[in-house]
Design a protein around this ligand. Structure first.
Ligand SMILES: Cc1cc2nc3c(=O)[nH]c(=O)nc-3n(C[C@H](O)[C@H](O)[C@H](O)COP(=O)(O)OP(=O)(O)OC[C@H]3O[C@@H](n4cnc5c(N)ncnc54)[C@H](O)[C@@H]3O)c2cc1C
Length: 398
């Protein structure tokens, strides 16, 4: 029986693991270690409501401080795990070790920071609450020219927030279209329209050559020679798993901590979840690392239950799901959008809204919705979970 469980990473996945452990009746020692000094918070509003001021910091806390006490969690904030020794079953937190008999790794991911870009003031990434505070302060100060580098979900949301402050915004994307990692350009078309209609200059197919300024950034030079004014630069060019602290631990790590389908790593009693984990999806067989809120929560929970009862361990079978809110409109993706077949159940990319179904030739593998009915989207999402044959799904909706 386990008596000393440690969870490393005090965010969405880590807090969910803690809740699930106590919820399942685990009453041994429970330690939650988090590098951030902040009481755990939900990162998803950082690029949306928290930036615009529609939400306050208190609104985004995952749990009130008293609840951690009620749950009898030894919450160690501002504490980074430095190393893991799976043979001795201990986590090095710099100067001391925390022993465990069960461990959940939930250290998430960190923003990519291209080399040479961050020597100047006024250049930010947006991953943690402190980043959001800095970006918000700069926007609220009325820095007139904002360049957002990277038109993924977070970059598009930051551009929308900057327009909320009435700033002059250019969104620069090296790929041919925004959101290309997530969806084909056809499905991203309404997002581009939305951004442009709200005054964002969207520049695609051009990279950033360098940032210019002395002390403070004042220009961004693009690879085609264009020079943009920039009082504030926010870089959203992706994230990488925060697994450096596991170097030398012997755990298998390859763009994420490698786990089996039940989220157990290559070390006994050690599970990995959320943005930091890479697991084989039992239905599709794909090796996945997913950077979405729902995945982090669900995996945190599943790993906790599997850790408590390994004999009854269940594979994690969740279908990736992400939403993005921009200018009051919602974009949603479930499963994968890069698939062989595409069928619009409702609307289309040239219209105000759409709901698209994606298929791999046999089954429904994805659903993408722009601004449509949530109920319809959820129905489409269920088609993926149920592995509904493509032909049947299309026939149902004819
Ligand atoms: C600005 C922003 C907006 C987002 N919007 C959406 C959205 O709209 N929809 C959606 O589905 N997803 C969104 N996401 C993604 C979603 O928030 C993440 O997938 C989710 O937070 C992952 O949870 P996690 O617990 O695995 O990792 P994280 O949230 O990354 O948390 C990891 C935690 O571990 C800590 N940590 C790291 N290293 C160590 C260490 N060595 N020792 C101790 N602690 C450590 C970090 O400080 C952090 O608190 C967004 C993310 C960001 C940053």
């Amino acid at each position: 029986m386990l008596t000393d469980i440690v969870v490393v990473g005090a965010s969405v996945a880590g807090v969910e693991a803690v809740l699930a452990l106590r919820g399942a009746g685990y009453d041994g020692r429970l330690t939650l270690i988090g590098a951030d000094h902040e009481l755990p918070y939900n990162p998803t509003p950082l690029s949306k409501e928290l930036l615009t001021g529609e939400m306050a910091e208190d609104d985004i806390r995952l749990l009130p401080a008293e609840e951690f006490e009620d749950l009898d969690v030894d919450l160690r904030l501002g504490t980074a795990a430095r190393a893991l020794d799976p043979a001795e079953r201990k986590v090095d937190i710099g100067g001391s070790d925390v022993p465990y008999d069960g461990l959940v790794i939930a250290t998430g991911s960190r923003a990519v920071r291209p080399r040479g870009w961050f020597g100047l003031d006024g250049v930010h990434t947006l991953r943690a609450l402190d980043d959001a505070r800095r970006v918000r302060a700069a926007m609220a100060q009325g820095r007139p020219s904002v360049v957002v580098v990277g038109a993924g979900f977070i970059g598009c949301e930051i551009a929308a927030a900057a327009r909320h402050f009435g700033l002059d915004v250019t969104l620069v994307e090296a790929a041919a279209s925004p959101l290309l990692r997530a969806v084909p350009s056809e499905l991203a078309a309404p997002v581009v329209r939305l951004q442009r209609a709200n005054g964002v200059r969207v520049v695609c197919g051009v990279g950033v050559a360098r940032l210019l300024g002395s002390l403070r950034v004042d220009k961004v030079e693009l690879t085609d020679g264009t020079v943009l004014d920039a009082d504030l630069v926010v870089v959203g060019v992706g994230a990488v798993p925060a697994t450096g602290w596991l170097d030398g631990s012997g755990l298998s790590v390859d763009d994420g901590v490698i786990t089996d389908a039940t989220l157990q790593t290559t070390a006994p009693g050690v599970y990995a979840v959320g943005d930091a984990a890479r697991w084989p999806h039992p239905t599709t067989g794909d090796s996945l690392r997913v950077e979405h809120w729902t995945n982090a929560r669900e995996q945190g929970r599943q790993a906790a239950l599997n850790l408590l009862d390994p004999q009854a361990a269940q594979p994690y079978t969740g279908v990736p799901y992400v939403w993005s809110d921009q200018f009051g409109e919602r974009f949603q993706l479930a499963g994968t959008a890069h698939a062989k077949h595409l069928h619009f159940l409702d609307g289309g990319p040239a219209e105000e809204s759409y709901l698209a179904l994606l298929g791999d030739g046999e089954a429904v593998v994805g659903a993408v919705g722009f601004n449509g009915s949530p109920r319809q989207f959820n129905r489409a999402r269920r088609l993926i979970t149920q592995g509904t044959p493509w032909a049947e799904a299309i026939a149902q909706h004819q």
